[in-house]
Design a protein around this ligand. Sequence first.
Ligand SMILES: CC(C)(COP(=O)(O)OP(=O)(O)OC[C@H]1O[C@@H](n2cnc3c(N)ncnc32)[C@H](O)[C@@H]1OP(=O)(O)O)[C@@H](O)C(=O)NCCC(=O)NCCS
Length: 228
Amino acid sequence: MQAAAPILSADAHQLRHGGWLVDARRRQRFTSALHNEGWPVPSLPTDLTLTDDELTLSRPTEGDVEGLVAVCQDQEIQRFTQVPSPYTAEDARGFVTLARDGLEEGSQAPLLVRDHDDRLLGSCGLVEIDWNDLGAEVGYWVAPWARGEGVATRAARMVCHWAFKEVGIERLDLEAAAINPASNAVARKLGFTLEGTRRRSAIEGATGEPGTERMDMHVWGLLPGELT
Ligand SMILES: CC(C)(COP(=O)(O)OP(=O)(O)OC[C@H]1O[C@@H](n2cnc3c(N)ncnc32)[C@H](O)[C@@H]1OP(=O)(O)O)[C@@H](O)C(=O)NCCC(=O)NCCS
């Protein structure tokens, strides 16, 4: 099958009309099948902003590089996510580019979480979008100084709501290491169902140095209507 090509674009107005992408997606999927083409992938707005009373989520920009470098040195973030270790300014710039390209190509939606004073608190978004099956995976990390105050739960709730209501995603996945109680607690609080455990399926940390432990990963799933 050919690689998927971004042939649709959607602006925030279109996204606000829930289902627009899915209707377009289904139409194009049918047309693609007829012509034996790869699945078309809608793009997402690069100016996407999600907000509630306390938090604002938007994509990272060049101005976030310094803040990202400071936060991503954290051992827990390096242990339980795929951020490189050590984390450099080049890595942060790569994340800025990846986020913009990911939105434009509709392949992912990595956003940064800030408070209303514009302080960087964390990251939360869709780390992978599967347009074939209308599924996506949610991922997050929170700066050590902002943990335990509901930031991950609030941010992920906004992302899940947006994914279901505005993008038209029909299933969300979340994977958390069994030895990561905080992340599993976030999934549970959002209404995700624990569907199983992938035994020894991930290497602790992104670099996979010799001797690094393998971790059991809890697999959580959320369907529309289950978000709490
Ligand atoms: C996981 C993480 C994102 C949570 O962020 P957060 O903003 O502190 O999360 P919240 O405050 O929304 O919720 C955390 C929940 O975990 C619970 N929790 C924290 N540590 C816990 C522990 N050791 N045992 C049990 N529950 C724990 C908290 O009590 C809270 O639940 P509550 O509100 O019912 O009390 C943050 O700890 C983090 O960034 N960790 C490192 C990176 C990471 O693990 N990312 C996730 C990869 S899947």
